[in-house]
Design a protein around this ligand. Structure first.
Ligand code: CDP
Ligand code: MG
Length: 730
């Protein structure tokens, strides 16, 4: 009422939009925009023709307008405006002209492979088309949590419904659906869990396995399961959608299912290579981004980096360097995007760029196919990503920075040519591209730990895992290793059948070792504490926030939780105020009841808690070496305490520890570590450790000396004595 009040013909609604836009809604001209980014109620400025008298009266009295009805009608106008706009937008997507043809193909065939370039609208549109066509409940799986959440949010907007009602999403520990939900976006892992409760997926009329080309572990397992369900449920429609043209493989696997192609609307993309390999790709990426910013016409920039840390570093350097550019150069808006970024920060990448400025999005692989950011014109591709790899011999999994595949490189380049001609700057040579990069990324199932898969399939009653219908089978060594671990954890018996422990473990949507820890807590009467620890371990390593400029401060704060050198697991127990961890804990508490574990607490007996941790993490034990490093007990390997561990500061270092996970950076580091008494290993996991594994270093040295001096059989006798002594001690 400040600007438009006089004329009474204009309404200025200050909302999230950055750019000014004028629209006619009913009799009023509505102007959308933002002012100083303040969005409190008294910052809204408006005049509605039919409400003009009221406003005039208020203005004359000098009141602030806080009338609820007025605010409501404004909100409604805004929603209608958005809905109209989105409706128009839906029609401009490349998939739109094929809507009817697609629906006919779905009607004619039970299984359909759908191929269309990223950005054509498959994920948000196909489920809506099916819904409009009368299909009852549609489930659509995504490889990533972020994608499931954001696309559900988008589709709920497009349909003008509240997220969680007709359109919802389900990701681990977060179920945003209701009885009303007919379009359900979810991670592949969640659909796998649904099989446990409903093996024929009776609630669904259509399952769409989306982003199939990404070949994540869940996708590959789902392929086998949905193919099977489709055989005995002829009414179930199965859609496999993929962004790559290499769809023959999917079709072959699904008994020659027809392929429906959505022609792309791609603009030409100019590819630039470096003349020589780059020694420091991060620096090269930053320099390239700045060059584009300074020399190139408008258009946003997308940089592919390997992870959160790298993105933070790049953000810092870019901020620093743009400060020196002077007032003549337009603004560079820097937007990070990675899976662990808080949701409101993620949403920022979609905000339109102000005129004259460049936006640079620093993204992980998440922006390669799962998320489309409109307006990208320049792509910077250093040619790397972080990839999981697994060594079945040692059972160790690590995330390594690895060169991408040609398929990935092409996907990345394609992101620049969606709305107009684009440019892609590859920070490697053309020779590298043609000769060094693999054609396709190795499917995750062939480079990961299969412990979870084994437990899931076994609990679905699938016994012969070696002959499961895998599209690309995992190495049998990895499968056997996983079976072995499940046997060691007590989830499988000698015949490879699921035990009661295994059945209880399968109820928890956690890593098998965490599930086992909870099941074991029953015996040690500390289920309350253990589910807290499990919840904390599940939210990842973001618990102790360590901003770059406040590291010392953060470390001091963190050490307060380590008083008494309790170890990292107990320290987590002391922190647990984080909301998300509490939510997860609540869910785990509910599951305790399901598997009939009494909630019991033993806060005064920390040893019981540590024993419960040991009862599942016993394969992860390590002992101190003379030089301060550790050596894992089974499959000996040198490992180190991670600097984030409270035990890293302890003098002397604990002789025996148990760790949650290994991370490989410059060396193999143990993260989340707790001290352990070696005799626990033999007490708790006698089938896995023998006394000699758990012997103290000192006594082992004694044996060693004895071996040097005496003939073998005598050394064995001494060894026996030492062990018997130790056994008595235990
Ligand atoms: O699945 P596909 O790659 O074929 O399509 P998409 O890129 O996910 O969706 C097409 C369009 O929908 C995008 O270009 C966005 O304009 C919009 N969209 C969105 O705004 N937010 C999402 N989370 C997903 C899609
Ligand atoms: Mg998609």
């Amino acid at each position: 009422y400040r600007d438009g009040g006089e004329s009474g013909r204009k309404m200025n609604l200050f909302a999230e939009q950055d750019a000014w836009e004028e629209h006619q809604i009913g009799k009023a001209t509505v102007k959308f925009g933002s002012k100083d980014k303040k969005q409190s109620a008294d910052n809204y400025e408006f005049v509605f023709e039919d409400q003009i008298d009221f406003i005039k009266a208020s203005v004359m009295e000098g009141d602030k307008i806080e009338d609820e009805m007025l605010m409501e009608s404004l909100e409604e106008s805004k929603a209608n405006f958005t809905l109209e706009k989105l409706k128009e937008e839906r029609k401009t997507l490349p998939i739109y002209p094929y809507r009817d043809e697609l629906l006919k193909a779905v009607g004619d065939h039970q299984v359909l492979i759908i191929v269309g370039e990223t950005g054509s609208g498959k994920t948000p549109q196909i489920p809506q088309y099916l819904h409009e066509d009368g299909y009852t409940k549609i489930g659509c799986t995504q490889p990533r949590r972020v994608a499931a959440m954001s696309v559900a949010a988008r589709v709920s907007q497009e349909m003008g419904v509240k997220l969680g009602h007709e359109v919802g999403y389900s990701i681990r520990f977060e179920d945003c659906t209701s009885d009303k939900t007919v379009l359900k976006y979810m991670t592949g892992g969640m659909l796998l869990r649904e099989f446990l409760g409903e093996p024929d997926l009776a609630g669904y009329s259509v399952i769409m396995v989306d982003e199939a080309h990404e070949r994540t572990l869940s996708t590959d397992i789902l392929f086998g399961l949905v193919k099977d369900v489709a055989r005995f449920r002829p009414d179930l429609k199965l859609l496999i959608s993929s962004a790559t043209l290499d769809a023959e493989k999917f079709s072959d696997y699904f008994d020659s299912a027809p392929i429906f192609k959505i022609p792309g609307r791609r603009y030409p993309v100019e590819i630039h290579y470096t003349k020589a390999p780059e020694a420091d790709y991060l620096d090269a990426a930053i320099v390239t981004a700045l060059q584009i910013h300074v020399t190139q016409p408008p258009g946003d920039i997308l940089v592919f980096l390997t992870g959160e840390e790298e993105i933070e570093t790049a953000e810092e350097i870019l901020k620093h360097r743009t400060r020196g550019l002077g007032a003549k150069i337009a603004e560079l808006i820097i937007r990070p995007i990675y899976a662990n970024l808080p949701t409101d920060m993620q949403a920022k990448i979609f905000e339109p760029t102000p005129e004259g400025a460049h936006k640079v999005v620093l993204a992980t692989n998440i922006a390669e196919t799962s998320l489309t950011i409109d307006g990208i014109k320049y792509v910077i591709d250093p040619g790397f990503c972080k990839m999981k790899s697994y060594n079945p011999r040692t059972g160790m999994e690590s995330l390594l920075v690895t060169p991408i595949s040609k398929a990935s490189a092409n996907q990345r380049a394609g992101r620049s040519g969606r709305t107009g001609p684009g440019k892609c700057f590859r920070l490697y040579t053309a020779y590298n591209y043609y000769h060094d990069l693999e054609d396709n990324t190795v499917p995750e199932i062939q480079r990961t730990n299969l412990a979870n898969v084994v437990l899931t399939l076994k609990s679905l009653g699938i016994h012969d895992l070696l002959n499961f219908d895998f599209m690309d089978p995992p190495p049998s060594e990895a499968l056997l290793k996983a079976l072995e671990l499940q046997y060691a954890l007590g989830a499988l018996n000698k015949l490879g059948e699921l035990t009661k422990v295994g059945r209880r473990m399968a109820e928890f949507p956690l890593d098998p070792m965490l599930s086992k820890m909870i099941v074991a807590s029953d015996k040690y009467k500390c289920s309350e504490e253990i589910i807290t620890i499990a919840a904390m371990l599940s939210i990842g390593n973001s618990i102790f926030y360590r901003p770059k400029d406040k590291q010392v401060h953060a470390d001091t704060a963190r050490m307060r939780f380590h008083e008494g050198n309790v170890g990292d697991h107990i320290a987590l127990l002391k922190v647990r105020s984080i909301k998300r961890a509490r939510d997860i804990r609540d869910q785990l508490e509910g599951l305790l009841e399901r598997v009939e574990i009494e909630p019991t607490s033993s806060l005064n007996d920390l040893e019981a808690i540590k024993k419960a941790v040991t009862a599942s993490f016993f394969p992860h034990s390590a002992r101190l070496q003379k030089n301060g490093s550790y050596r894992t007990v089974k499959h000996p390997q040198t490992v180190y305490l991670h600097q984030s561990s409270g035990l890293a500061q302890v003098e002397p270092l604990p002789r025996w520890v148990i760790y949650h996970e290994l991370v490989l950076t410059t060396k193999e580091y143990m993260r989340q570590v707790t001290e352990l008494k070696p005799e626990w290993l033999v007490e708790i996991a006698p089938h896995y450790y023998q006394l000699k594994d758990a012997e103290d270093c000192l006594e082992q040295r004694k044996c060693q000396r004895a071996k040097d001096i005496w003939p073998l059989h005598e050394a064995a006798a001494v060894e026996d004595q030492v062990f018997t002594k130790k056994a008595r001690l235990c």
